[in-house]
Design a protein around this ligand. Sequence first.
Ligand code: BLA
Length: 509
Amino acid sequence: TATDFAVDLTNCDREPIHVLGKVQSFGFLMALTADWLVSRVSANSADFIGRTPQEMLGQPVSAIFTADAIHTLRNRITLLRGPDSVERVFSLALMEGGPAFDVAVHFSGPLVVIEAELASHDEMEASSTVRSMVARLAQADGMTAFLRDGARQVRALTGFDRVMVYRFADGGDGEVVAEALKPGVDSFLGLHYPASDIPAQARALYLRNIFRIIADIGADPVPVVPALDPTGAALDMSLCLTRAVSPIHVEYLRNMGVGASLSISIIVEGKLWGLFACHHYSPRLPTFAQRSAAELFGQIFSMMLESRERAETASYEGKARQVADRLLSAVAQDHDLLSNARWLGDIIFDTIPADGVGVYIDGQMTFSGLVPDEAAFSAIVTMLNRVAASQIYTTDSLTKVLPEAAVYADRASGILAIPLSRRPRDYVVLFRAEQLRSVRWAGKPEKEIEYGPNGPRLTPRKSFEIWSQLVQGVALPFTPAELRVAEALRTALLEVILRLSDSADAERQ
Ligand code: BLA
């Protein structure tokens, strides 16, 4: 069960973070049965409403909250749409003569979950705040500026010391691609981390619940009682706003000297594209209204990013068609250009970035940029000859198919081979160097502090080292879009080559 799972560095991806059974102390939680009897309460309820869980468990909620409050909550519940929705009420008095609360309600299975914290009476208009944030963002020129402005806006809204845009690669590892910092905080920009730092179950949860905060790294989490219901089930807290997070992640943050953490999912095309990941160097809890605005901003940011990415893809594909046309007409005029690696590289690298290019025609080799030597290139061509003819071939880790390639991984870890003909097999081959070569090592991302039980492993610096080991001999993969462009180039080149051999035949006759 959830309660006896001992988490360590080897099993993080199996830690059931949605049923850890604890809330953070800034709020309290109550779960009600379908007929509104109290089924679970967090142990800190007396701090908020003056009643302990023991006084309330099994009681009808009408014996605790006012009729008005219950009416409001019931109305909100009827507004819940879909399995993952949460409704909010600001400044609601729950008890006769008691203080006002900011409240969230949602369903967890058959249970109604109510979470409440003392109302901040924040008069902020979430919609107009977000509207002006979005208006600024719309003006950003180019993707880099867009991401950076997004980080700046989140920092302005939440007041966190460090706001990063963290982007996931296909395998779940990630990179800090934009950042907004309080002056004096060191930069993590360009740093990479292994997938295990945000394990798979966390990434899956963050698709469903797009906002989370850890308001005070040092605060003790508060148990929800009872941990298990009479059937032995734990409360699924996936959608809770007050959910206490994984202790191993808390250790990570503590090792980094962080006092509070906040993150907002960035979802593009239904996938977790990345996160706004925010740190504060002391405890920090933005108001409920600010957190709601940040969440809404995250959703709009995601949609804007999605449409920017679509536009980028469209303009990329247009550019790629132009390159294929240019190649075709230039080679048709001057056949020798085909074996001019430098000329080919100049044309191709714009649309398919690579570190070097080699051309193999009739046993003749030419090179440009960062490339392996002739003997190595011959071995690559021999390997390519075993692959089906007239197909693009790519790998992001040549050593996996050609062990001796480890020697020149710093020049050619990834290849994209475009076959030019059937027999003899000629090729244009693009090379990408080991990814690490192109990564910048920024700053010193941990403070001089005492580490938790799992030691320095749970720090960005160690994570970066682990990521570095994982990507040894691995290049940035060629993307599906780049492969499509390569296919267009292959067709264009094939056309010229066929024409060439036709005219050679004609001359011979
Ligand atoms: C969660 N890990 C997270 C989150 C981030 C990171 C942003 C989201 C939760 C939050 O908002 O704080 C990772 N944070 C980073 C990284 C940087 C950063 C990479 O600032 C870089 C600058 N974490 C580990 C290891 C394990 C692990 C080794 O580093 C497991 C062995 C687990 N991380 C882990 C878990 C969660 C998590 C379980 C989910 C926390 C939760 O939501 O309960």
